[in-house]
Design a protein around this ligand. Sequence first.
Ligand SMILES: [Zn+2]
Ligand SMILES: [Zn+2]
Length: 356
Amino acid sequence: MDFLTLFLIYLCFVLAVTALLCLCSGRKESFLTRSINRASQVLSLVIPTQLQRVTHQALHRLFHTRSCLFMVLHVALQAAVFGEYTWEVFVYCWELQFHLLLLLLPYLLLAGNLGCFLLCSRANPGTVTKSNAASLVKVYAYDGVLFQRGLVCPTCTVEKPARSKHCSVCRTCVHRFDHHCVWVNNCIGASNAAVFLLYLLSLTATAGAVAAVTAAFLIHHLFLTFPRIVFMLGFVILLTLVLGGYCSFSLYLALTNQTTNEWCKSRRFGGSPHLPSQPQDRPLVYKNIYSKGIWRNLKEIFNPPTAGSQSSLAGIAGYNDAFIDQYIRLLVQDIKEKRNTAVPCLGRPEGVRLKA
Ligand SMILES: [Zn+2]
Ligand SMILES: [Zn+2]
């Protein structure tokens, strides 16, 4: 099995675990939870009952009991990554005369990460016991919402300090409980939160260092072996980004029924792609009066209106020639009477009626 296949399996596994964790988190309102619930309901009709029971037991064993499985998987994945790194990347980079410190950086970070991993998994996260409960209760104030004073854990029979929680996996109350981490097979609480943070940082740095050296090696190696292909690849990537950006912009214009010229000019007037609602006596604000909804806008691109069609200005706004004549007549009348009526682009003066 090659590394890429292993990586893809790992990626699928991580995504599946993430989905399961979302399901177990109890956030019923989340979209993901609802989708998984629906999928589970459909699958439960197809999958035999015996298989469902075995799956439930396996999931319960994985996520609701302390198990070293994820720790073993964690170490196995690191071993696989560093085995590949040492076997191929390190050797080739050494031959290509990469700086030794750069090549050793992933190993140094790995050593730090493994130290944090061990500390995190072995450390007491801050177990609340009968002997320390009285003192831990005084550490944080009760907010009266999430944490109520005087509550006793029915399992541990100790008063629960503020910000603590009973972990059903570890079967103990943990002070300043954060979460139960399956990867380190331990709770993350007040006493090991700092080590956990260092563990996460070192793990990220390790992955980043391996990725950086591997990417540098690949670019260097490819450039030496296939220089023309590398140049072509760079050009095509750049072209894709530039054309993709311009294509997205053109699509946006088409969907909002604007031309590039209109879009550029509208910048000066604080343009809006929506239909007009310009109040009278206000500074000119550009409003896109040509937009008729996404699908009709798109249709207009492929089937442009002609002089005889209903997509002229009057047709777009739902006005006809008689309406416009009447509108202008009333407007002139308003001006004559010095009513100082502003000229809205398409606002309808009183008395104007559309012809049926
Ligand atoms: Zn408890
Ligand atoms: Zn726990």
